[in-house]
Design a protein around this ligand. Structure first.
Ligand code: GLC
Length: 732
């Protein structure tokens, strides 16, 4: 149907039918397709009537080809105008084949495999009846106390934008209507949810508009520029107004300035949460504020269906606001081809072949291997064939390696570390002992572990967080490993054997008592369905670790927020003329993180030549080329992530010490050299000024090329702009 036909359909709808289209309910309202959703517990509590179900516009969390077909067909039998349901769900990093959590994927610096992971997730979801995924999550994160950092790709706006684009391309493809193996992307959580105060979920966010635009908005914008069909509002406030009721953010910026005319959905309950936030007295005021802000779909509360009829009747809400919201939803259904093909890709036969197939699991294993980060290695890795290994720890044989957003993923199906290592090294080489619980210590478990360790040449210690210790509502004030695991490590250390720690976690941890004690540390995050196989391939050197941190590891929780693109301050620690005390510092810990953004080790070594610039002057139409030769100076092949940063020495506002502007992940054989040439343009030097104009400033800059944000070679250059060139794009 074209827009004209959709408007005709819209005009045939009653007000109740229109308003019900704005309602999204969870799958349990629809269970038992033949009943079409009998009045059950949650329905009664929410005052949801059968008619509201019959006329609702979308479902949250329904999947399974047969189930979706049954619900959709039952719905179409009852819906007066035959308007199909949208099936939406959280497919964040895989449907049944679970890929590493996004923070792990963020450490892969592999955009191709990232896109492939989203394409596979879409294929498995679509064949199981899902039309829309609530992903990518493009929140910039700087506070590992926040449980949801595992859902983000990290602390850099540029890198997050590249990942957001890759996820959208993979989910949606280039022909959403024609390719039923794809699904629509809903970028979330708009906006700046990652800045929740104290790292405590759902908490207040407050920042300047300049900072919001400079750091927190770019990745959402990138997802929309890539064509993401939907946006989800975040739970937090911006400038004192909860996002779901924030006209300035949603209408003025998202819709008017950015031109987004897609569907805007609230997060779960976020409409009604205007009441506890304290900007709405009741559901009527909550509905009024959010429909005016442009929220099209209310997820899992019922302010719209209960209050909008009266608000329209009383003239407080113009019917045009309802119509525009309904039309956007109908247009999305049309773009997904649901009017012609309401079952879209749901196919019980194909589902059995496609979901969790070997090809998909191979892709998950490859991406997991690329996402692990070697944080330390004092010549104990890779393991040698034939070595007797004691594999100890609560994650030695755990399936809880999928992460907190794996939804239909199965921990039983996950490849566990013990099975993979036994398969690789031979059963006789690997002795497994739990050693301790996640957060409980037992002398009995310890004695088993001690016996295993004493008989071994190398100890591999698999430690970490339970998946629900991160994720939504998973904030922690103390981000160390639980005491029981640190006790286990301490006791094993006393046996004076090579000690390799493998970490399974959803956030950068405070590695006090771990990093210094271990001879090697491999960060595996929540590696997904094939995690054990991926980790084993790295431990034995079948693959060379190539992950690089996309989020800093703090020295201690007291250092948070710590991130690489920070400002210098007026009294930077370490400045040549700095006073010993009166500088920006802690009395008890360093300012620098334990491990910086971009950091990661390899089993080989790489040498960087001095960067050579095409010139030391850049103009508006004359970029600078930077050439650097990288050599693999070690004995094994490996991948290096060559990173290019800049620093604006003097801006109109303070500028970060470094900003990532480009990178290249290259593979080099032993002894092989490769010359890379980056091009840096004036556009890449632009930033938001105090008046929110977006422009570059002529003057002195530095650029850095290196293996991470700390160890990089610097070169200076100047940007020179003719007066006319330096025209600022002042925001309206
Ligand atoms: C949750 C999350 C959001 C998710 C939604 C639907 O509260 O904040 O990321 O997409 O509800 O499950």
């Amino acid at each position: 149907m074209n827009d004209q036909q959709l408007v005709i359909l819209l005009n045939e709808m009653t007000l109740e039918e229109k308003i019900a289209q704005l309602q999204q309910l969870a799958a349990n309202f629809y269970e038992g397709a033949e009943s079409g959703g009998q009045i059950t517990g949650p329905m009664e509590a929410m005052g949801i009537t059968d008619d509201m179900i019959i006329n609702s516009g979308s479902v949250l969390g329904l999947s399974g080809a047969e189930q979706v077909i049954a619900v959709q067909e039952a719905h179409l039998r009852k819906n007066r105008l035959g308007i199909p349901l949208l099936m939406m769900a959280d497919i964040v990093h895989g449907f049944k084949t679970i890929f590493p959590v996004p923070l792990a994927i963020g450490c892969s610096w592999d955009l191709e495999r990232t896109e492939r992971s989203a394409e596979i997730a879409a294929k498995e979801s679509a064949v199981s009846g899902v039309h829309v995924t609530f992903a990518p999550m493009a929140d910039l994160v700087r506070d590992p106390r926040w449980g949801r950092v595992m859902e983000s790709t990290g602390e850099d706006p540029y890198l997050n934008g590249l990942y957001a684009r890759a996820f959208v391309r993979g989910f949606q493809g280039s022909d959403l209507k024609g390719d039923v193996n794809r699904m629509a992307a809903c970028v979330k959580h708009f906006a700046a949810y990652g800045l929740s105060e104290g790292g405590r979920d759902y908490n207040t966010v407050d920042l300047s508009e300049r900072h919001l635009r400079e750091y927190y908005l770019p990745a959402y914008r990138a997802a929309l520029d890539e064509g993401a069909e939907m946006v989800m509002t975040s739970f937090n406030t911006i400038e004192g107004i909860p996002v779901s009721g924030n006209v300035k953010l949603l209408r003025d910026l998202l819709r008017d300035e950015w031109g987004f005319d897609g569907v805007l959905i609230s997060d779960w309950g976020a409409v009604k949460e205007l009441i506890p936030h304290g900007v709405a007295e009741d559901e009527a005021e909550a509905a009024l504020k959010t429909i005016r802000a442009g929220v099209d779909i209310e997820m899992m509360t019922a302010c719209y269906v209960h209050q909008l009829p009266e608000l329209v009747a009383s003239g407080q809400v113009e019917i045009s606001l309802i119509d525009e919201a309904v039309l956007r939803i109908l247009q999305l259904k049309e773009r997904l081809g649901l009017f012609e093909n309401p079952l879209r890709g749901a196919d019980p036969v194909a589902e059995r072949e496609v979901v969790f197939c070997e090809e998909h699991r191979t892709a998950a294993r490859e991406l997991a291997a690329k996402s692990c980060v070697l944080l330390k290695n004092e010549q104990v890795l890779p393991l040698a064939p034939g070595q007797r290994i004691a594999l100890i720890g609560p994650f030695a044989a755990s399936g809880d390696i999928l992460g907190p957003w794996s939804w239909t993923g199965s921990t039983e199906d996950a490849v566990k570390l013990d099975a993979a290592m036994k398969a690789r090294a031979g059963v006789g080489q690997i002795t497994v002992a739990e050693g301790s619980g996640i957060d409980t210590f037992s002398e009995e478990l310890w004695l088993e572990a001690e016996t295993a360790a004493q008989a071994a040449e190398v100890i591999v210690l698999a430690l970490g967080e339970r998946s629900e210790m991160s994720g939504e509502a998973g904030s922690r004030s103390d981000i160390r490993l639980p005491e029981a695991q640190r006790e286990l490590l301490l006791r094993l250390k006393a046996l004076d054997k090579p000690l390799v720690v493998v970490l399974f976690n959803g956030r950068p941890l405070d590695l006090s008592g771990v990093y210094d004690m271990a001879d090697a540390v491999l960060e595996a995050w929540f590696p997904g369905s094939e995690g054990g196989a991926a980790i084993t391939s790295l431990l034995y050197g079948d693959e060379n670790p190539s992950g690089r941190l996309s989020m800093s590891f703090p020295v201690a929780v007291g250092q948070i927020p710590v991130y690489y693109n920070h400002f210098n301050t007026g009294r930077p620690l370490g400045a040549p003329d700095a006073d010993a005390r009166y500088v920006s510092q802690y009395l008890d810990i360093p300012n620098e993180p334990l491990l910086p953004f971009g950091y990661g080790l390899s089993y080989t070594t790489f040498d960087y030549s001095e960067p050579v610039l095409s010139g030391d002057k850049m103009t508006g139409d004359q970029p600078i080329q930077i050439s650097v030769t990288i050599t693999n100076t070690g004995a094994v092949a490996g991948e290096e992530v060559v990173q290019l940063y800049i620093r604006d020495i003097s801006g109109e506002v303070v500028r970060p010490m470094k900003e990532l502007k480009d990178f290249a992940k290259i593979s080099l054989s032993p002894g092989e050299s490769r010359e890379l040439t980056f091009t840096l343009t004036e556009e890449q030097l632009r930033y938001y000024h105090s008046d929110l104009s977006f422009a570059s400033d002529p003057g002195k800059f530095e650029l850095f090329v290196g293996p991470n944000s700390r160890d990089a070679k610097a070169r200076g250059f100047r940007l020179e702009l003719a007066a006319v060139e330096n025209k600022r794009h002042v925001l309206s």
